[in-house]
Design a protein around this ligand. Structure first.
Ligand code: ADP
Length: 450
């Protein structure tokens, strides 16, 4: 049993983990950079250790500093949150070698899923349908041209080690492909340190549907239904909901069955997410995330299951306390990611939060590390709050969302709250009729009309 967990993260997710630990009666150790001295997770943790300078490379990404903090504090486990080192195989491995429990899957599974080429090959062998494309890395442009002719244009070039929606290039014909292929390789190398790229058929109007799984160390695996994360800008999620307005009960059960079977086949442990694109009634795997995700609360609100607490429980060796038949998904939940950005230009807008008023009332949850008087440092991700709302059905949820958005005040920095207010009223959004390209088109149309 753990009596102390080190949280290797910051911001809202550090707080989220801290709260799960408190609920389980576990003490917490916060780590922080010099830019985060006044951060909420530092103030609320039982113990806090400074691990370096503001830039993440000099603190939250410094493995020796994190391991030293765990040793000094006597933490028996490390929760990596999302981002930073959460999908770093070497970190998971080193944590295990120091006899500290990594709250996540085995390093081996992080390695497999961290390389999208290996991930696709692995899940395909386990019976999961994947997006048509190259089976391995493409090195020569001529091989890419041949592959594109085989699968048909448009095609997408993706980095094998990619993440965060970075480094993807679309090509609609051979001329474009010859142009973007070397750029994609250079970007992959620059962003992820590995030049390997692969090709996928570029889907023109899919939805992004992902399935949450939870597995213990005893071979028990459950799924908690899907999340629809199609509302994206630059391949990054902006708004997520569960259940998806487009997925039927039969599809949910079928997909859930396929992914839980694959997890059993792999011996996967902990929380994980299988991401799919969905078009014309078919699902195509794109990647698996081997960590807790930003959008996990929508699943928590419809399932009543605390995913972070379950991650900690299974890492302690406990069996899942429920089976698939015990899980009932109730109502509808929507999450809005609120970024400290200009809502028109999306330019980052860090700075001092002079006014902070979070909404409340039935069905409303706010996951944020903001408080009045806090200064948002410029070094990290611009997401500063998540508003998650639950309702009996989608319409009820949307009404509550509008109510909550109208109450939310974050001043005087610029945030994307006005964008979410507009989205929550938009007729397509109200109908739930959108694909992964919907938001980009909506933003473009808005710009050209103003
Ligand atoms: P990352 O790891 O960088 O987030 P993903 O493979 O998860 O990359 O893809 C992120 C997003 O990019 C998807 O949600 C989707 O919007 C878009 N995308 C990925 N693959 C395709 C594809 N084959 N066709 C069209 N869009 C895609």
């Amino acid at each position: 049993m753990f009596d102390k967990v080190l949280i290797a993260n910051r911001g809202e997710i550090a707080l989220r983990i801290l709260r799960a630990c408190r609920d389980l009666g576990i003490k917490t150790v916060a780590v922080y950079s010099k830019a985060d001295e006044s951060a909420k997770h530092v103030r609320l943790a039982d113990q806090a250790i400074c691990i370096g300078e503001g830039p993440a490379k000099e603190s939250y990404l410094k493995i020796p500093n994190l391991l030293a903090a765990a040793e000094i504090s006597g933490a028996q486990a490390i929760h990596p949150g999302y981002g930073f080192l959460s999908e770093n195989e070497a970190f998971a491995q080193m944590v295990a070698e120091h006899d500290i429990q990594f709250i996540g899957p085995d390093a081996e599974h992080i390695r497999i899923m961290g390389d999208k080429i290996i991930a696709k090959k692995t899940v395909k062998e386990l019976g999961i349908p994947v997006v048509p494309g190259s089976e391995g890395a493409l090195v020569e442009v001529e091989d890419a041209v041949k592959m594109a002719e085989k699968i048909g244009y448009p095609v997408l070039i993706k980095a094998a080690a990619g993440g965060g929606g970075k480094g993807m290039q679309v090509a609609r014909n051979t001329t474009q492909l010859r142009e973007v292929f070397p750029i994609a390789r250079q970007e992959a190398e620059a962003n992820f340190g590995v030049p390997d790229v692969f090709m996928e058929k570029y889907l023109e109007r899919p939805r992004h549907i992902e399935i949450q799984v939870l597995a213990d160390h005893h071979g028990n695996v459950v799924h908690l239904g899907e999340r629809d994360c199609s509302i994206q800008r630059r391949h990054q999620k902006v708004w997520e909901e569960a259940p998806s307005p487009a997925v039927t009960m039969a599809q949910r059960e079928e997909l859930g069955e396929i992914v839980t079977k694959a997890c059993r086949g792999m011996g996967y442990k902990g929380a994980g997410t299988f991401e799919f694109l969905y078009e014309d009634g078919k699902f195509y795997f794109i990647e698996m995330n081997t960590r807790i995700q930003v959008e996990h609360p929508v699943t928590e609100l419809i399932s009543g299951i605390d995913l972070v607490a379950e991650q900690i429980r299974v890492a302690q060796g406990h069996k899942l306390s429920f089976s698939q038949k015990d899980i009932t998904l109730k109502g509808h939940a929507i999450e809005c990611r609120i970024n400290a950005e200009d809502p028109e230009t999306f330019a980052p807008s860090p700075g001092k939060v002079n006014v902070y008023h979070a909404p409340g009332g039935p069905g409303v949850r706010v996951d944020s590390a903001l408080y009045a008087g806090y200064s948002i440092p410029p070094y990290y991700d611009s997401m500063v709050a998540k508003l998650i709302v639950h309702g009996n059905d989608r319409d009820h949820c949307l009404r509550r969302l509008r109510r909550a958005l109208s109450e939310f005040v974050i001043g005087d920095i610029k945030t994307t709250l006005p964008l979410h207010r507009e989205l929550s009223m938009d007729p397509d959004m109200v109908k739930g009729e959108y694909s992964i390209h919907w938001l980009e088109k909506w933003i473009k149309a808005k710009k050209s009309s103003s």
